[in-house]
Design a binder for this molecule. Structure first.
Ligand SMILES: NC(=O)c1ccc[n+]([C@@H]2O[C@H](COP(=O)([O-])OP(=O)(O)OC[C@H]3O[C@@H](n4cnc5c(N)ncnc54)[C@H](O)[C@@H]3O)[C@@H](O)[C@H]2O)c1
Ligand SMILES: O=C(O)CC[C@@H](O)C(=O)O
Length: 389
């Protein structure tokens, strides 16, 4: 079988080259795709092709994908955790320096200077007092979200001599192990906001984090705090942000998400969603996304889906594999096995695993699987998708 993969956005060739032309038809114009490979393009409001089996996001955030709709259709959505964390960390550190030393506004001032050498020197000496900054040692950085990026940012800030507070009620054990031992974990967002000179956001955009930083949160911040946002624009409530900037509550805002209201404002730096735009991060993300997608399409293996459990089953030579996404309800495995048995097939191996309301079942059988069998399995109440590999 040839799998058709539609690419949205520029996906690094390092990843695409791992899809052999004999098995995969890949490109932006592919019709009736079995899979979509995407970076930041939005799939919201787009029709979901009936042929679609999987979506792979080369990157961390999946807020551009209607994950709940995909789940209802039994379609896994993959992302690439950690693949671009170093790239984002480096730009966040740059953002902290940009804000602490007023670099963007100061450079714009210098750029506007006119006159001969002597005149410029006078203008420089008269004007530089407007751009006096502060140094980082002894200052407090508050990191909201201690995942792949937050942990890296927290650790580098410690090495710069900062005091670091971290807030993440759902930190994973793996990330906790990576966190420098002198990062202080705080148990409420409010505590972090009250104590930090610089606050940096490293959380996903979901319903619960949209507008998380609003009026109340700005009022909790120290006077002249700095906010860094390389997570997603809508996590910060924009009218509240503008008010906090105008009142001086916020000294500066550095973000990766330009908007009409933010652009050209003093003490605001907007970058064009550049966090993951390094050759290394683009390659890492594409490699992970492509490998995960290929393994799913050809073998039913699931690694790093945001809506399905991980699933891996070693496959003996010659067996046919049935892959079913189903509701996580009682008796599913029994119903699937009964239908497979009624088709006269022996089950060689079976894996059933679940995550929340969704389950995933791999059934390896000896013998040929007919279309009629796949259709019977797909018709079981609660089965969301069924295919044979
Ligand atoms: N600017 C860019 O180019 C760029 C690049 C990569 C990621 N991002 C954004 O950064 C986000 C984080 O990326 P990551 O790789 O660190 O993800 P991650 O999944 O490794 O970490 C996210 C962390 O946030 C925590 N969290 C969730 N809700 C929270 C809340 N309300 N308060 C505190 N903590 C909370 C989670 O427990 C998790 O530990 C992504 O979802 C994406 O939106 C942006
Ligand atoms: O693909 C990009 O350039 C951005 C990716 C980034 O926003 C992410 O969530 O990983």
């Amino acid at each position: 079988m040839t799998f058709r993969i539609r690419t949205l956005n520029a996906i690094s060739q390092a990843g695409l080259s791992r899809l052999s032309a004999t098995t995969f038809d890949v490109g932006p114009d592919v019709v009736n795709p079995h899979a979509i490979l995407v970076r930041s393009a939005s799939l919201h409001g787009q029709p979901i092709p009936a042929s679609l089996m999987a979506v792979a996001r080369a990157g961390a955030g999946t807020n551009n994908i209607p994950v709940a709709e995909m789940s209802k259709r039994g379609i896994p959505v993959f992302n690439t955790p950690g693949s671009n964390a170093n790239a984002v960390k480096e730009l966040v550190v740059a953002g902290i320096f940009l804000a602490a030393r007023n670099i963007v506004d100061a450079a714009a001032f210098a750029h506007r200077l006119e006159g001969d050498h002597e005149t410029m020197e006078k203008l420089v000496e008269a004007g530089k007092k407007n751009y006096v900054g502060f140094e980082l040692p002894g200052r407090t950085l508050g990191v909201i979200g201690l995942g792949a990026i937050g942990v890296e940012v927290a650790n580098v800030a410690i090495s710069l001599g900062m005091k670091v507070l971290g807030y993440d009620p759902a930190i994973t054990v793996e990330h906790a192990w990576r966190l420098a031992s002198n990062v202080e974990r705080v148990i409420s967002l409010d505590q972090l906001l009250r104590r930090s000179d610089i606050i940096t956001l490293h959380i996903p955009l979901v319903d619960g984090t949209r507008g998380l930083i609003g009026d109340t949160q700005f009022r909790s911040m120290k006077n002249s705090a700095v906010l860094i946002n390389f997570a997603r624009g809508p996590i910060v409530d924009e009218p509240a942000l503008i008010e906090a900037l105008d009142s001086g509550q916020l000294r500066g805002y550095v973000c990766d998400f330009p908007t009409p209201l933010l652009n050209k404002r003093p003490r605001v730096v907007t970058l064009p969603h550049l966090g993951a735009s390094t050759r290394e991060a683009e390659e890492n993300s594409a490699l992970m996304a492509v490998d995960q997608l290929r393994e799913y399409l050809t073998d039913g293996t699931i690694r790093n889906a945001v809506n399905f459990p991980n699933a891996q089953l070693a496959r003996a030579a010659g067996v046919r594999r049935l892959a079913l996404a189903n509701a996580n309800v009682p008796n599913m495995v029994a119903r699937i096995s009964t239908i497979v048995g009624e088709a006269g097939l022996n089950i060689a191996d079976l894996l059933n695993t679940s995550r929340g309301e969704l389950a995933y079942t791999l059934v390896d059988v000896n013998g040929e699987v007919t279309d009629a069998l796949v259709q019977r399995l797909a018709a079981i109440d609660g089965v969301l998708s069924a295919r044979v590999l």
